[in-house]
Design a binder for this molecule. Structure first.
Ligand code: 2AM
Length: 491
């Protein structure tokens, strides 16, 4: 090893996240070498934020690699897409077999699948890691979700778990699984974040329009909720947002245009759920709710011509607010159950070994969806890593049963009042569908067979010689046409 090789860890990409993560790593006793495409940023960083810390700079990829101890541990925090591939190519002439390249950007998981395979062929260990928690998290403790080539894990575990957020003394970072599993789990995290945010907005809307409460009053409700089962970062910041007054003494929140933006990770999750055939309805509704909100001008026109009922709250307000807390809790349980159903299916489909108890632990602290609730999910998967569904866990089974009456009260009242609750409602719809032994899909199958000869199977208890169990059956519903099923003829 050359005398120059002083650094334990290298990071490329000196935007705020990169700079903060470097300082975080240096604070934990590691020496870090920094590089950036625009090299002037390296010197600026060294002279300012990095001054006095165990951070060195490099002015070329070659110099960067020569300053790293072996196996080299190189992290990229650059813009997702082509810049990641370009940097990987520029690193290749200067790295050796066994070295580790980590992509911590917002990459889509298929890219991480591809990069893991491509680099493994060259003897380079690739890691795609989700990083959550924003700038603050990067500096003082992010949630880190690494996946890819598992051979890399023993070499990066110490650094990753040192810099990650801690929850009850445990690092919010563990190995997720193969190939793009780290970025996949980060994608689902973001989808769940969409869902959590949508649920909170619906609760706010019900309190505002249904009960006629002011932002300050609603802030007090959120403050109380933050001491109970909903205790979480998003509930906490919502409380603060509700209490944030503008110069004129009124809530700034009420001046903000009600048209939501999105960067696409929620959409990726929903598209993936459709691709895998998993009913991740709450995230889907959360994405669509943002789409609907962004049709502001059209909604203004619609509000003038489409009539609906007005809220007329009667009864005990405190009891209703408690019911709303239960509705939010129950819907959140459904959303996480759906998220884990998706992750489970992805592992099966993509043949990844996944570390489920750790996924919940990684979301426990550091990231946007961090909450007390995730401790209960961690416990559920630690007790039974093969848990088929979160709703089968004793704790959550009890929780959803306790919350049910309040949840139904909120969804039905909102419907009668004309207040949209796409996320609360879809969660309840899912719950009732999931717990239904019999669904009306028998009629659907009959319709499909009627118009398209798509065939159906008979219920085992109704099987007979005429309708044998397990067979694809086609019936001539009209007495006209043939008896040929769609699977045997081409239109
Ligand atoms: P820059 O400072 O030279 O712009 C976040 O934008 C990080 O990604 C920055 O470090 C930025 O480098 C880097 N980045 C953005 N686009 C890039 C590209 N096309 N190639 C390499 N790095 C890029």
């Amino acid at each position: 090893m050359s005398d120059q090789a002083v650094a334990d860890f290298g990071l490329i990409g000196l935007a705020v996240m990169g700079q903060n993560l470097i300082m975080n790593v240096a604070d934990h006793g590691f020496t870090v070498v920094a590089f950036n495409r625009t090299v002037a940023k390296v010197d600026r960083f060294l002279e300012n934020e990095a001054k006095g810390k165990s951070i060195v700079g490099a002015h070329s990829v070659e110099e960067f690699c020569s300053k790293l101890k072996k196996p080299r541990r190189i992290m990229l925090l650059v813009m997702a897409g082509k810049p990641v591939d370009d940097f990987i190519e520029s690193l290749l002439p200067h790295v050796e077999k066994g070295d580790i390249i980590i992509d911590g950007g917002n990459s889509h998981y298929p890219d991480s699948n591809r990069r893991t395979k491509y680099l493994a062929e060259k003897g380079i260990r690739f890691v795609g890691t989700g990083v959550s928690g924003g700038e603050e998290g990067a500096r003082y403790g992010p949630s880190l979700m690494p996946g890819g080539n598992e051979e890399a894990w023993p070499f990066i575990k110490d650094i990753f778990q040192s810099v990650a957020a801690k929850s009850d003394g445990e690092a919010c970072c563990d190995w997720v699984g193969d190939e793009g599993a780290g970025h996949y789990v980060k994608m689902v995290h973001n989808g769940i974040e969409y869902g959590d945010m949508q649920l909170i907005t619906e609760a706010y809307d019900i309190l505002k329009r249904g009960l006629g409460m002011t932002p300050a009053e609603i802030g007090d409700v959120f403050e109380k909720w933050n001491t109970g089962v909903l205790d979480s970062f998003l509930i906490e910041i919502t409380r603060d947002i509700l209490r944030h007054n503008d110069d004129d003494g009124t809530a700034l929140l009420e001046k903000i245009l009600d048209a939501a933006g999105q960067k696409g990770t929620g959409k990726w999750t929903a598209i993936n759920a459709l691709d895998l055939g998993m009913p991740v309805t709450l995230i889907g509704e959360a994405v669509f709710a943002r789409c609907l909100s962004s049709l502001k001008q059209e909604r203004i026109r619609a509000s003038k011509v489409l009539k609906g009922p007005e809220p007329d709250f009667k009864g005990d307000r405190k009891e209703f607010i408690d019911n709303l807390e239960q509705a939010l809790y129950a819907s959140k349980i459904i959303s996480y159950a759906q998220g884990f159903m998706l992750i489970q299916e992805a592992a099966k489909e993509y043949k990844w070994k996944l570390n489920k108890p750790s996924i919940a632990l990684m979301w426990r602290g550091g990231c946007i969806i961090r909450s007390v609730f995730l401790k209960d999910i961690t416990n559920a998967y630690r007790t039974n890593p093969d848990l088929e569904n979160l709703l089968f866990d004793d704790f959550f089974n009890k929780a959803i049963h306790n919350a049910q009456a309040g949840w139904r009260d909120v969804v039905s009242k909102s419907a009668l009042w004309g207040i949209p609750t796409p996320a609360f409602s879809t969660a309840l719809g899912f719950y009732d569908g999931y717990r239904s032994r019999d669904l009306p899909a028998n009629l659907l199958q009959a319709q499909r067979d009627y118009f398209g000869a798509h065939t159906f199977k008979i219920k085992p208890e109704c099987a007979s010689e005429k309708y044998p169990e397990g067979q694809d059956i086609h019936v001539n519903w009209t007495g006209r046409g043939g008896n040929v099923s769609a699977s045997t003829y081409q239109v």
